[in-house]
Design a protein around this ligand. Structure first.
Ligand SMILES: Cc1cc2nc3c(=O)[nH]c(=O)nc-3n(C[C@H](O)[C@H](O)[C@H](O)COP(=O)(O)O)c2cc1C
Length: 168
C-alpha cells in the first residue's frame, strides 16, 4: 500500500487527485459590451437532475474571475477526444489570444459558445457562487444542452490519457 501523506503537502495532494480521471471542458462567457472570456476546466460535474444543476470551480487567481463572478449565463463545453489542442489553448495565453480566429455562436438564451464540434454543451444561469479555500465554487442552473456521439477527451494524472499522442 502507498505511503500516506499530509494533504497540506500540495504536491502529494495534487498527485493523488490526479489519479481521478475527468472529462475536460471549456467554460465561456461574456459581459455586455465586453470581449468573450474562457478557460479550460476539469472540475465540472453534475449536481442535480431536478432541477438541472451543475458544479465547477475556478481559481481565485484566474483572469476569468471577474467575468464569471458577474455574468448572468455561461456555457460549459465538454471537449471531444480530438480537441486536446483546444484544451491546452484555453489554459494559456491572454483572454484575447484564446479567442483569436475562433467563431462564437449564441445559445438559445444569449450566452456565447465556441463554434466547435464538442461532445456536449450546457447553457447555464450563474445561480450560486461559494468561496471555498483558493477557489470559487459555481453552481449553474442548466437551461439548454446538446450532445453528440463524439468520444470525450479524458484528463488523468496531468495528461490526456486515452488520447492518441500525435495531437501535440
Ligand atoms: C486539463 C485542465 C483542467 C483545468 N481545470 C481547471 C479548473 O477546474 N479550474 C480552474 O480554475 N483552472 C483549471 N485549469 C487551469 C485554467 O485552464 C488556466 O490555465 C488557468 O486558470 C490560468 O489561466 P487564467 O488566469 O486565464 O484562468 C485547468 C487546466 C487544464 C489544462
Amino acid at each position: 500500500m502507498s505511503t500516506p501523506h499530509l494533504a497540506t503537502d500540495s504536491k502529494a495532494f495534487r498527485h493523488a487527485l490526479g489519479r481521478f480521471p475527468t472529462g475536460v471542458t471549456i467554460l465561456t462567457t461574456q459581459l455586455p459590451g465586453q470581449p468573450p472570456i474562457g478557460l479550460t476546466v476539469s472540475s465540472f460535474n453534475s449536481v442535480s437532475l431536478d432541477p438541472p444543476l451543475i458544479v465547477w470551480s475556478l481559481s481565485k487567481k484566474s483572469s476569468a474571475r471577474d467575468a464569471f463572478q458577474h455574468c448572468e449565463r455561461y456555457v460549459v463545453q465538454v471537449l471531444a477526444a480530438d480537441q486536446m489542442k483546444l484544451a491546452n489553448h484555453f489554459a494559456k495565453g491572454t483572454q484575447s489570444e484564446r479567442f483569436e480566429g475562433l467563431n462564437l455562436i449564441s445559445t438559445p438564451n444569449g450566452a456565447v459558445r465556441l463554434d466547435a464540434q464538442c461532445a456536449a454543451w450546457f447553457e447555464c444561469v450563474n445561480t450560486h457562487i461559494h468561496e471555498e479555500g483558493d477557489h470559487l465554487v459555481f453552481i449553474g442552473a442548466v437551461e439548454h444542452c446538446a450532445d453528440t456521439e463524439a468520444l470525450p477527451l479524458i484528463y488523468h494524472a496531468g495528461g490526456y490519457d486515452l488520447t492518441p499522442k500525435n495531437q501535440s
